[in-house]
Structure formats: structure tokens, C-alpha cells
Design a protein around this ligand. Structure first.
Ligand SMILES: N[C@@H](CCC(=O)N[C@@H](CS)C(=O)NCC(=O)O)C(=O)O
Length: 237
């Protein structure tokens, strides 16, 4: 049975503007797992109230990490089985850096910075009926601000937030160095997570010192092209 991947629709020519949705779709493509995308914005149906989630027969799972654990257990660990314990430790730390820290820098960039907020509003809420379009985006923005403050990232100034994000990007670029993928010639699940956020920083119209830094990292730019060419030969969006 084909797995159903519930996620946001492509936008800006990128397969997904959610780093977690793009991560999971990339993981499925990297592992050659048959799946069908169901494009939705209905968080109410998501098991964890967040995107993405999957349905595999009668099983429904939310959260990209729980989903990947399930896929590994059910269909085999096609990307990470060869990693040593020390590489696994590095992989987990880097994925946490991406998903639990750098993600919030990107969220600040898109939802709080006034210029970018106009773009976020225009693209993420474009399908709402006009009456709802006047209220729902601002509720979403307030909710994001609350999440950012709860995390702690939202307590910092913009300059401090970008300095944090640039340090993360520098660590990713330095660790990638001149390798095709983070652990060598073939991708692992860290690459799915890294591509999810790096393509979202580089290939969306949200300007920031973060994007400027990513554009200056030749290895990161080439890495995103490499993954795009190999796993998304037909461009989306
Ligand atoms: N830990 C989750 C995070 C997923 C997540 O934060 N998704 C965002 C979209 S990028 C979302 O649905 N946010 C909606 C909300 O928090 O209300 C995962 O790995 O799937």
C-alpha cells in the first residue's frame, strides 16, 4: 500500500516551504519508498497538530522523526545502517541543531521580520476566503510569536537571532566541507534534514543575513543543487 504523505503544497518553485515536510519527502525519495503527497493545510487532522504526517494503511503518525523511526523499523534502515556509533551521535546532534535551533531562526525570519511577513502572509494564506484572510494570518503570526518566546529564541534581538543562525550555518558548512553528503559519498537521514532547511533558507524569497551567509557558502549552494538534481529532477512549485 502506498504511504500517504500529508504536507503543505509546493511554493516558490521549492518542493515544500516547510523544512520538516521537505525533510520527510526527501527522506522518502532518498530511500525509494513509494508515497503519494496529499497537499493540505488542515492541522486539525494532524496527529500532533503539526505538518507533516503520514498514513500507512490504518497507521497514522505525526512528527518527522517518529515517522522516520517507523519507516526504518517497518521497511528497513536504508540510509543510516552503516553509520558508526560516533557518526550516529554527530548525526543526532546536527539534526537537533537544524530542527530545534536553526528552524526557529528561520521562523523568526519569515513570521516576525515585517518585510518577510508580507511575503509569508501572501503565500501561506493565499487560499483563504477574503473574510478569513483579514484575521487568520494575524492569529497565526501571534501564535508563532508565542512559540518563539516559549522556545527562548523570540526573547533575543534580530541581530542576536541571526548571529545564532549564522553560527549554525557555519558549523554545517564546515562539517560538510568538500564531501558530496554529510557522511561521504551517499546520503544519510542527516542530509534529508539538512536539505529541508538549507533549501528553504537559500531558495525562498525571504531575505536575511542568514540567506546572505548561506549564499556565500559555495559548498552549501552546490549541496542543495546536488540534492535537487538527484531527487527532484522535475521541478516543483
Ligand atoms: N517536530 C516536528 C515539527 C513539525 C513542525 O514544526 N511543523 C510546522 C511546519 S514547518 C507546523 O506544522 N507548525 C504549525 C504549528 O506549530 O502550529 C517534526 O519533526 O515533524
Amino acid at each position: 500500500m502506498t504511504i500517504k504523505l500529508y504536507q503543505f503544497a509546493p511554493a516558490f518553485g521549492l518542493p515544500n516551504t516547510s523544512s520538516f515536510c521537505l525533510k520527510l519527502e526527501t527522506y522518502l525519495r532518498m530511500t525509494d519508498t513509494p508515497f503519494e503527497s496529499v497537499y493540505t493545510t488542515d492541522m486539525g487532522k494532524a496527529p500532533k497538530g503539526k505538518m507533516p504526517y503520514i498514513q500507512d494503511g490504518k497507521i497514522e503518525i505525526g512528527d518527522s522523526n517518529f515517522i522516520i523511526n517507523y519507516l526504518k523499523q517497518t521497511y528497513g534502515d536504508r540510509l543510516d545502517a552503516h553509520l558508526t556509533p560516533s557518526e550516529r551521535a554527530i548525526s543526532l546532534s546536527m539534526r537537533r541543531l537544524i530542527e530545534e535551533n536553526l528552524y526557529w531562526v528561520m521562523a523568526h525570519n519569515r513570521w516576525i521580520e515585517p518585510d518577510n511577513w508580507e511575503k509569508t502572509k501572501a503565500i501561506f494564506f493565499k487560499d483563504l476566503p477574503p473574510l478569513l484572510r483579514a484575521t487568520v494570518p494575524n492569529i497565526g503570526r501571534k501564535n508563532m510569536q508565542k512559540q518563539l518566546e516559549g522556545h527562548g529564541m523570540g526573547k533575543h534581538s534580530s541581530a542576536e537571532i541571526y548571529a545564532i543562525g549564522i553560527a549554525d550555518l557555519t558549523a554545517l558548512s564546515d562539517f560538510l566541507a568538500d564531501k558530496p553528503f554529510f557522511f561521504g559519498d551517499e546520503p544519510t537521514s542527516l542530509d534529508a534534514s539538512a536539505y529541508g532547511i538549507l533549501a528553504n533558507i537559500l531558495e525562498t524569497p525571504f531575505n536575511s543575513p542568514l540567506k546572505d551567509r548561506a549564499q556565500k557558502s559555495n559548498n552549501i549552494v552546490a549541496y542543495c543543487h546536488r540534492i535537487r538534481d538527484r531527487y527532484y529532477p522535475i521541478s516543483a512549485g
